[in-house]
Design a binder for this molecule. Structure first.
Ligand code: PMP
Length: 284
């Protein structure tokens, strides 16, 4: 990248975070490739960056990167960045890099200790918050570093109206009385994993509602989890000094977590097969 690029100086690039998995048959599959590359194009458009690639072409290129590097369970990071230009003016062209590295296939089920961040998510009137633009992520870094400095695993950010929004790099759901809730779109990045969770709930017959809610409501929940491409579905132990009371293995959230693990390796999702007795068989 040119050292005089707006990408370096102003955080002016767009990117994606994508996973590939070794599926049930041993093949390498990029999970939701179309959704990710379509979103990258939409992100570029949102911030006026020229975009020269098709989703099909990028999917093929990414499979080639994985193959060349003998990767199956990988994290994939395409970045679209700007040429040399120290003004604020638009550019005629953009550049692309696709990076990929090995991801551990399964990181275990440790529950997270979450802290309410002192940072809010960016004002949607000040940013195109639906775009995965690099500059927005200074907000994510601040929130995550704050939480880790204070001994927590991750931060939770609210929006400018004090409604619960999302984590630095993941969406969230909570569970209460046999139903799931997640922040309504508007002031969040509407994640691809979030969409997968909504679809899984539909298949599994789990009731779910998108709505705006505040921290006091979340601190009465039975359980909660983050979801994102990198995080997958990962449960919370606590939020500040509130400990989620329901045993993780007894939650609907746990069923969603198990179903997601199957979805990414293209195992058929069968309603009823993630209930507790079966869940412990899966763990065995
Ligand atoms: N919110 C933010 C701020 C993120 O960076 C991410 C990760 N892309 C998500 C949510 C989850 O999105 P996805 O499921 O598409 O990875």
């Amino acid at each position: 990248m040119d050292l005089y690029s707006q990408s370096l100086h102003y955080g002016y690039s767009v990117f994606e975070g994508i996973r590939s998995y070794r599926n049930l048959n041993g093949d390498t599959r990029i999970f939701k490739a179309k959704e990710h590359f379509d979103r990258m194009e939409a992100s570029a458009e949102a911030v006026n960056m020229p975009y020269h690639w098709s989703t099909t072409e990028l999917t093929e290129l990414t499979y080639a990167v994985l193959e060349k590097n003998s990767l199956q369970d990988a994290y994939i990071r395409p970045v679209v960045y700007a040429p040399a230009n120290m003004t604020f003016a638009r550019n005629e062209k953009s550049y692309l890099v696709i990076e990929a590295w090995q991801m551990a296939p399964f990181l275990g089920d440790k529950l997270l200790r979450i802290m309410t961040s002192s940072f809010q998510r960016p004002n949607p009137k000040g940013f195109k918050i639906h775009a995965k633009a690099a500059g927005h992520y200074v907000n994510s870094l601040l929130a995550s570093q704050e939480a880790k400095t204070k001994g927590f695993d991750e931060g939770l950010l609210s929006d400018i109206n004090d409604f619960v929004a999302e984590g630095p790099g993941a969406n969230m759901f909570y569970e209460k009385d046999g139903k799931l809730f997640t922040p309504a779109p508007g002031n969040i990045l509407p994640g691809i994993t979030r969409a997968s969770v909504l679809e899984l709930c539909e298949v599994l017959g789990i009731e779910v509602e998108e709505k705006l809610f505040r921290l006091d409501e979340l601190k009465q929940a039975d359980a909660a989890f983050f979801c994102g491409t990198a995080a997958e579905v990962i449960g919370w132990e606590s939020l500040d000094d509130y400990k989620f009371p329901k045993a993780w293995n007894d939650t609907l959230s746990r069923q969603v977590q198990l179903a997601y693990k199957d979805l990414v390796i293209e195992k058929p999702i069968i309603k009823g097969s993630y209930q507790k007795e079966k869940a412990s068989l899966v763990e065995a």
